[in-house]
Design a protein around this ligand. Structure first.
Ligand code: ZN
Ligand code: ZN
Ligand code: FE
Length: 746
């Protein structure tokens, strides 16, 4: 008597070779029935011997394809036996559920082998892919994932590819973007004026132009990169000038054997670089490696490995390329030739284009490795999105619109939070359009019709304004509360904890600018327990680009001394503003305190990219110096950290000629010290033992590691972000959870 089972699987099970895998598994166990994609995931019906059916179910999670992720398997016992003749893959069933979409996956080693083999029919083919690798998220237009719902729909498969596609034993069986030289997309090279450069080998020709010192836009997976020879310092300097990016580090793409010569690559780091995600990683630079100008004054170098076939083909000719996002300033990355010729024309002289549409922009993800903690993200995008992040509580359909800088939004339902790809800074029309485009797509793909809209408290943020115009219930969540809750939720911490949020800017519930905050609470309720003392920002947030103004203001306010680090007339204006309290806002921002000290030391007095002064101050620190400066704690409610003594000691040290490296190190230690003391007092009073660290300041690896060490030694359990960045990339996720928790506890 044969048995029968109906199996539903949810997770990342489409576009990752899951159905072929199920097919082969069923065949090997002599089971009959079918498998199909649904909008919900994958559905299987099998008939056969009970023993074989159990073996089948047992093997599903164990033998699943490398890029697949199973979130749940449920089985049912239908009564009737259908007596299927065979096992087959049948048409997708579109219903009202929703499905997960696979992220883009870096080219696998099997495909690389074929691409390098002159005998193979895909030799040097720039669009090679298989069930285990290739574009996914970036080419999808609708769910469920099938070729007809991707930008591959316009390419008709040739006979040979069609045969492969239907051949179960083939590693391209049902690989939706499958194609070859004959039937797939192709690269073409153009001058920026739009004239095609006729050649049989546009990629080889591009490599040649780059070698000659040209700057070229290259269409890849999630958008265009601007590329040039990373070893040609003159071109790198020219690129900086043309892109109007004087100092912000540039990422490079290096052949794996070359990477070792310019950076220290540990085994753990290499594994991440070579993984299907293939992110940019910040690695310790080697002396005498690439041009200093690629990451000036910075001990780290942002490196990624080639992740699309075209990258491998280019790097055969040239070992290391600067590969920076194809955009100007903070606009979204260019995804088609029209935006290249319009926006990048003053930067690049050529562009290498192809005719497979990029449906969804997807920037390179960025991160670094912290020993004992693992990969820590700075930007979560390609390779990760749109995989949902689990939430500790169930949410009703929610849209959280996120912050102003480094925006991501999150659409959530039940326990799944779909955090968007990196959108960018919401201060220009193109970014706004990108935001709205992706919100609409996410709503459609994941079938979420949000009833709850969550936004920041800042009344002037564009995201707040958009949220207020949407139908549904609205809840505002304070920026640093969102940081705190995000870190709690990501780590599945439900108990009451201490949150230390060190950040640049966030609108406080008292209307002031927060950023040096201590909370106690959980995902449901939070109370501000301590903060850095309020200090005046002259001219409001516009002084962020001129750290010397902050130094002048802080030193005047706390020490009644005059710094001479700006034209006297400007200093006069700043002092007048502060004394009259006119055009001044008060801030407890930790980011601004870093700016202040960096400018006092003369390390960075004006910045050209976000947090530049703080980053340079971090890199100046001498790690062997272990003492710290004095400070005081005022036992009010909330507690206040006063830094008059700190700044006074720094002034004295500067005057007596102590090197900046030592002063910076002591300053970092001071933050570690007062943070610990505040946390220790809160522990005494409230019996709390875990601490969450969040906020952009914790991208400072020097500060992060000294704080982790200090707190762990003192018996605290420390939580940091794991799947999201510690910067504002984590805000929308925190907003969703904080708002749902709030609603529920009411
Ligand atoms: Zn492959
Ligand atoms: Zn073909
Ligand atoms: Fe923030």
């Amino acid at each position: 008597m044969p048995g029968r089972k109906k199996i539903s699987i949810k997770g990342i099970v489409q576009g990752v070779g899951f159905r072929p895998f199920v097919y082969r598994l069923a065949k090997s166990l002599n089971l009959k029935g079918f498998v199909r994609n649904t909008t919900d995931g994958v559905e299987i019906e099998i008939e056969g011997a009970d023993r074989d059916i159990s073996e089948f179910i047992r093997a599903l999670p164990e033998k699943k394809p490398p890029a697949a992720r199973i979130d749940s398997i449920s089985t049912k016992d239908p009564q009737d036996i259908r007596r299927y003749d065979e096992f087959s893959i049948v048409e997708s069933k579109v219903s009202k559920g929703f499905t997960q979409i696979s992220p883009d996956i870096a080219t696998c080693s099997d495909c690389l082998g074929e691409m390098a083999d002159p005998q193979d029919r895909r030799y040097a083919f720039a669009f090679i892919n298989c069930t285990n690798c290739g574009p996914r998220f970036s080419i999808i237009t609708e769910t469920p994932y099938d070729r007809a719902r991707t930008s591959m729909r316009t390419f008709k498969m040739c006979t040979t590819c069609t045969e492969e596609f239907h051949e179960v034993s083939d590693r391209r069986f049902h690989a939706q973007p499958d194609c070859c030289h004959k039937c797939g997309p192709e690269y073409r090279l153009f001058s920026i004026a739009g004239r095609e450069i006729k050649t049989d080998d546009p990629i080889g020709k591009t490599a040649g132009l780059i070698k000659e010192g040209e700057i070229v836009a290259i269409k890849g997976i999630g958008g265009f990169h601007i590329a040039c020879d990373a070893q040609n310092c003159k071109t790198v300097a020219r690129l900086r000038e043309l892109k109007n990016r004087p100092t912000k580090p540039l990422a490079v793409m290096a052949r794996s054997d070359f990477a070792d010569t310019v950076a220290q690559v540990s085994n753990c780091e290499r594994k991440i670089l070579e993984s299907p995600v293939a992110p940019i990683m910040l690695l310790k630079k080697r002396k005498g490696g690439l041009c200093e100008n690629i990451a000036p004054k910075n001990p780290y170098l942002g490196i990624m490995f080639p992740y699309a076939p075209v990258h491998h083909l280019l790097l055969r000719e040239i070992p290391c390329l600067v590969m920076t996002s194809g955009n100007i300033q903070d606009e979204p990355i260019a995804k088609h030739r029209a935006s290249v010729t319009k926006k990048l024309r003053s930067i690049v002289s050529f562009y290498l284009d192809h005719d497979r549409n990029i449906e969804n922009r997807n920037d390179d993800s960025i991160g670094y490795y912290i020993p004992k903690r693992g990969f820590s993200m700075i930007r979560r995008s390609r390779g990760y999105v749109p995989i949902p992040i689990r939430m500790p509580i169930s949410a009703r359909p929610t849209l959280a619109v996120g912050p102003f800088l480094k925006n991501t939004f999150t659409l959530a339902r039940r326990r799944d939070a779909y955090v968007s790809p990196h959108i960018g800074d919401l201060d220009n029309l193109d970014t706004m359009e990108f935001f709205e485009e992706m919100v609409a797509k996410y709503r459609r793909w994941f079938r979420i019709d949000p009833r709850l809209i969550v936004h920041d408290l800042h009344p002037d943020y564009l995201s707040t304004k958009i949220a207020k115009n949407m139908p549904g219930n609205k809840i505002g969540v304070q920026h640093h509360v969102a940081h705190f809750v995000s870190c709690l939720a990501e780590n599945n911490v439900l108990e009451k904890s201490i949150g230390i949020i060190f950040d640049g800017t966030g609108y406080g519930s008292d209307g002031k600018v927060w950023g040096g905050e201590f909370f106690i609470g959980d995902i449901y309720q939070q109370r501000r327990a301590a903060h850095l003392q309020y200090l005046p920002l002259p001219g409001g947030e516009s002084s962020i680009n001129k750290p010397y103004r902050i130094a002048v203001a802080y030193v005047h306010t706390l020490l009644q001394e005059r710094l001479h680090i700006a034209p006297e007339s400007e200093i006069e204006t700043i002092l007048r503003m502060i004394d009259s309290k006119h055009s001044v806002i008060n801030t407890s921002s930790m980011g601004r305190l870093f700016d202040c000290v960096s400018a006092m030391l003369g390390i960075t007095t004006e910045i050209t990219y976000e947090a530049e002064a703080a980053i340079n101050l971090e890199h100046a620190a001498d790690p062997t110096v272990i003492d710290h400066y004095p400070y005081s704690l005022r036992e009010t409610e909330p507690m206040i950290i006063e830094i008059e003594k700190t700044l006074r000691s720094i002034r004295k040290h500067i005057e007596s000629g102590i090197p900046s490296a030592a002063i910076s190190a002591r300053f970092h230690r001071t933050i570690g010290e007062f943070s610990y003391e505040v946390a220790d007092r809160l522990r005494e009073k409230h019996d709390l033992h875990s601490v969450c660290l969040s906020g952009g300041v914790f991208q400072n690896r020097h500060l992060l590691s000294l704080m982790i060490e200090r707190f762990e030694k003192g018996g605290f359990k420390i939580y940091t972000h794991r799947n999201l960045p510690t910067n504002d990339g984590c805000i929308s996720y925190g907003q969703v959870i904080a708002a749902n928790a709030q609603e529920r506890s009411r």
